[in-house]
Design a protein around this ligand. Sequence first.
Ligand SMILES: Nc1ncnc2c1ncn2[C@@H]1O[C@H](COP(=O)(O)OP(=O)(O)OP(=O)(O)O)[C@@H](O)[C@H]1O
Ligand SMILES: [Mg+2]
Length: 233
Amino acid sequence: MNKDTLAKKISSGNQDMDDFLAGGYETDIVTTLFGPSGSGKTTLAMIAAVNVVRNKKKVIYIDTEASFSVDRLKQIAPDDFELILKNMLFLKPVNFKEQQKAFDKLRSLVNDSIGLIVIDTISMLYRLEMGQTKDVYDVNKKLGMQLSYLSEITRKKGIPVIVTNQVYSNFEEKDKVNIVGGDILRYSSKTLVELQCCKNSVRSLILRKSRALEEDKRFLFRLINEGIEKVKE
Ligand SMILES: Nc1ncnc2c1ncn2[C@@H]1O[C@H](COP(=O)(O)OP(=O)(O)OP(=O)(O)O)[C@@H](O)[C@H]1O
Ligand SMILES: [Mg+2]
């Protein structure tokens, strides 16, 4: 890794959120956004992607649950959504085997023109496969390999990676949630961002793990047509 890739960041797509994140998402690590349905994971991935394309780079978007909506993109980027779409490469696996293939394909797609890789969400098809397979070890191993590949790309190529993930209730501590995929996912991300939904449509973004920022710091926001807007505490 050369010096230039150290501490580089890309904008999150929102100025206030960039200030909160001291510049945005780091370019040499995997950032995981996790939270319940409707908390804003896909919206955050979309506004980051829009910003990357506006800065003349391309985005690879692995969409495992048909989350990406062109109508939503039109709200976020009404004037240039066509250009944005032209510069986004979508992979849409429908089962875990196809997700594995999408990762194999990623190797041939990654080049200097790519400015962001999004996996939205990493655990949906994994979770389905875990419910069906007789070989839990093998499925876990594959998920682990997918995540190490993401860590390798981001570290070696300086391409930021945003992974979204679902949560399930923690029965021991009611106010806490667990990440699907558990420790494998927790350890492979150097930044973990929890999204919580919603009080009067206000969502919280909480830094749960960070290399350089204060943990458990909170940013409040609302979803709007253009993406997100900060809400003052
Ligand atoms: N134009 C808009 N203005 C305000 N809120 C919106 C707008 N468009 C969509 N939403 C809200 O955004 C929420 C969905 O956000 P998003 O898709 O980012 O969530 P998510 O965390 O990715 O959810 P999931 O886990 O189901 O994929 C819904 O509650 C929806 O009502
Ligand atoms: Mg989503």
